[in-house]
Design a binder for this molecule. Structure first.
Ligand code: ADE
Length: 245
């Protein structure tokens, strides 16, 4: 199937594959089995494979974590199970990125979602417990992403967030492909307010201009609202020196 990706202005003829490695596969199944992502998977617009790390664990108990060298609280995810699974996947295909979701990663942004949506095969490794052995990060991981400055109990929800944000950008996934272009953040601006019927609910009125039927005036109003909303709520998006994400 040949697709035209409006966001990337490029031609595509592949199905993106996302391999997710986790010790809690059931935590990921549900968020990736509904609505837009469910449809995308059913229509083979994306191939998402969730891998349970446990069978790759060590010994009789399939151990995947161990105590940290040097002491301290919490367990560390061991190298061998992760290495074994990643090497197995790498033998089957080549990967453009092997991503580790971690609170000390680079901030995950719409820009990064756009970039990832142009890739063919990616692996998402979900951290757990205290984190993973640093040598995995040094030798196997090609990118580390954080979904925000807070600590989750595992990387699964972060991997689901990254996957969702990427998959909805893939060609054919949204029914109106241009709709991703008007998303909040797509051009570093928040989206304008939106309304539906009734035009007047107990005196709460929809702005007159949206009922005018004049597309040029509506666009002008939406752009003005986008800008003023961004200035008010997220000035950092307009001024990179404020630490914009
Ligand atoms: N794992 C735990 N917290 C996380 C975060 N904020 N982003 C990505 N992965 C995480």
């Amino acid at each position: 199937m040949k697709n035209y990706n409006i966001l990337n202005n490029d031609y595509f003829c592949h199905v993106m594959r996302i391999d997710i490695i986790t010790v809690l596969p059931s935590l990921l199944e549900s968020p990736l089995s509904h609505s837009i992502i469910k449809r995308a998977r059913e229509q083979s617009l994306v191939n998402i494979q969730i891998h349970d790390l446990r069978p790759y664990g060590k010994g009789k108990y399939r151990q995947t974590d161990d105590y940290p060298f040097g002491g301290g609280a919490g367990m560390v995810m061991m190298i061998e199970p992760i290495y074994r699974l990643i090497e197995k996947l790498k033998k089957e295909r080549s990967y453009d990125e092997i991503i580790y979701t971690t609170p000390d990663g680079l901030p995950f942004t719409q820009k990064e979602a756009n970039r990832l949506s142009c890739l063919r095969n990616i692996i998402l490794l979900c951290g757990h417990y205290k984190g993973i052995d640093q040598r995995i990060r040094d030798h196997l991981i090609t990118r580390e992403l954080s979904i925000g400055d807070y600590v989750l109990s595992g990387g699964e929800l972060a991997a689901a967030v990254v996957t969702d944000a990427v998959v909805r950008l893939l060609p054919g996934v949204l029914s109106d492909e241009t709709s991703a272009l008007t998303d909040t953040f797509q051009d570093n601006l928040l989206a304008p307010p939106i309304y539906t019927r009734p035009a007047d609910f107990r005196g709460w009125k929809v702005p007159e201009v949206l009922l005018s039927g004049d597309p040029a005036k509506i666009t002008e109003w939406e752009e003005k609202e986008s800008l003023s909303r961004t200035e008010r709520l997220r000035p950092d998006l307009l001024d990179p020196t404020m630490g914009s994400r």
